[in-house]
Structures are given as structure tokens and as C-alpha cells.
Design a protein around this ligand. Sequence first.
Ligand code: ATP
Length: 354
Amino acid sequence: MAEIVIKNLRKEFGDFVAVQSSSFTIEDGEFFMLLGPSGCGKTTTLRMIAGLELPSSGDIYIDGEEVGQKPASQRDIAFVFQMFALYPHMNVRKNISYPLVSQGMSRAAVREKVAEVSRILGIEDILDRPVGGLSGGDRQRVALGRAIVRNPKAFMMDEPLGALDAEFREHMAEELRALHDRMNATTVYVTHDQLEAMQMGDKIVVMNHGVIEQFGTPQDIYDKPATMFVADFIGSPPMNFLKFSGTVDAGASAVRLEHVDLPVPEVREAFDGDMAYGVRPEHIHLSDAAPYRATIDAVEYLGTTQILTLDTPNGKLRARISSEQPARAGESVGLTFNGNTVTLFDRQSGRALR
Ligand code: ATP
């Protein structure tokens, strides 16, 4: 299997820069997510790694070898498309064995390999059925079978679950992750679905307009967003931003909003200007006596938790609190925050102040 190192990778289509100079490392055996909104450059990045698109500049190393200008056929990478390019007139066995037969592998070896792969995927029962009549999930498994059968160095997957309905999607996501854990193959996975990325990924690159906003574990990205874009893109509801202007001193552990000091994680460098006090919905606490005041605008009951929409002097907030805590629209409440779970942002650049 393979380690993939991306250095200053860039792609231009004419005057348009689809991917700005990007650098990151995908470790051997990692399930690695390229996440971002439509058009951010994630598919282009994946296609460059697979060799389906040549970079304008920069390097791609697979297991130490620079392959950036090499064709896909010399990279030993399997690409799983969203629209599975299965051969509808062939049965499942033929579809899976196709890459091996075209490599000239002996019939006995092919049979053995197909048996092994279909055991891993749980599709031994349907090997002789034509793929035309299969369910979405089975087609998915056959496509995966065809990708894994030749033991490639790494798998590239472009929104492989995109065409499935929500319930089935979740089931296939779990299956895919379990399959990955059994095979431990380096996998690069493109999605615009933050929940999918958080649930499945070992590491995530968050992209926006061709730029990498952040690279890290799901927990890093959730707890310590590097930019307001990431804070807003990840989480449901996303991070809240209380907007204010003022000054923070180096080493300060609080900022002043509406004459009330609110805690922040220690800021290393002084800052003066427009800021946002970033706090996740589950990190907002109600306390009758707290001096930072808000009015409850709306209450949305979700079973064990409820989402409150709160009107504050610095804008609207959404808070997730226990349903056992009484809360009624129209009430005035005090809010408290914990500095360790807050992120302070420079509103102009969008970057976190740390
Ligand atoms: P999506 O989820 O919609 O596919 P994406 O993040 O995967 O989005 P890309 O497909 O990588 O985005 O495209 C990034 C940008 O580059 C888009 O604006 C797209 O229109 C542009 N682009 C991609 N391929 C080409 C091409 N061959 N020629 C010109 N522009 C392209």
C-alpha cells in the first residue's frame, strides 16, 4: 500500500485556477477525505492524484516516487466513480474479473481472486446474476469488487455514495469504512457532505475556491477550525459567530462584548479590529444570573435535545441544550461560555486568532 505526498500542486484551466498550490500528506492506510462545496476543486485534486488530469505545477509522490506527469496506467491506483461504469450485459463475476482477465491472469488465479473478493464484500450469492437487474447497493459492491480485485496501491473514490438515498447511504458508508478497516488500503475520498467526512475520515482536507482551508483529523477540524469558512461548513447547526469590534491584548483570556467580559482561549498576539466570537451550539449554556443577555426567539424540540434560536446584541445564535432544561420563546436568559471551546476570528481575513 502507499503513502501519497502532495507538494505545491496546482491546476489551471486557461485563466481559471481550479486548485491553488496545495500541499498535504496522505499516510499509508489512511481513509482520507477531500471535503468542500461544489466547484472547490476536490475532484480535480483527486483526478490529478489518479493521473486522469495532469497538474499545471507541483509534485505527487506515491511511495516516494514522483508520478505527477505519469499516465494513470503507471500509477497502480483504482478509481471508483459515482456513476459505476459496470458492464450491464455481463454478470457480476465477469465484471469483477475483467481487470484481471485484461491483465492476462490465468483462469484459475482469476477464479480464486474473485472468490476472495466476493467473500470480503458478501456477494458470493449474486456472482452469476447480470448487473443490470441489481439493487443500488449490490451494484456498489460489485464496483468496489472490481476496484479491489487487482490489489492497487490506493483507491480514489469520487462521491461514491452520491446516487444512493439517505438511509442506504449511511449503511453503505459504514460498510465502506468496515471494508477499509479490513483491507487497510490508502483511500482518498471526495465528498461535499461534512457529516460523511467526519464519520468516515481519518483525516480531512477542507477546500474552498481551490484553496485548502484546513487539514487535520475530524476532531481538530471540529474543535479548532482554522477559518470561519471551516467553522461554518462543519457541524449542524454550524458554529455561531457573535460579531463585535475591539481590541485583544496578547495573552488576554477574555474579550469585551457589550460591556461583558467573555472568555477566550489565550491569544498570542494582540489584535485590534472586527472580530467574531465563535461558539458551537452545544457549548452555549443558559444561566439566569449571567450578565450576557439574550432573548429566546424560537424553540425546536428534537427529543433529548432542543435547539434554541437566541437574539443577542451581537446577532442571532443557535444553542443546543438538554430538553430537560425549561426554555420558552420570549424569555430573557443569561448565556455563559467556556473559553476552551470558543474560537476567536479576525472577521476580515476569516482566520482564527490563536
Ligand atoms: P463538484 O462536487 O461540483 O464536482 P469539485 O469541488 O469536485 O465540485 P472540480 O470538479 O474539481 O470541483 O472543479 C473545480 C473547478 O474547476 C470548477 O469551477 C470547474 O468548473 C472547473 N473545471 C473542472 N474541470 C474543468 C475543465 N476540464 N475545464 C475547465 N474548467 C474545469
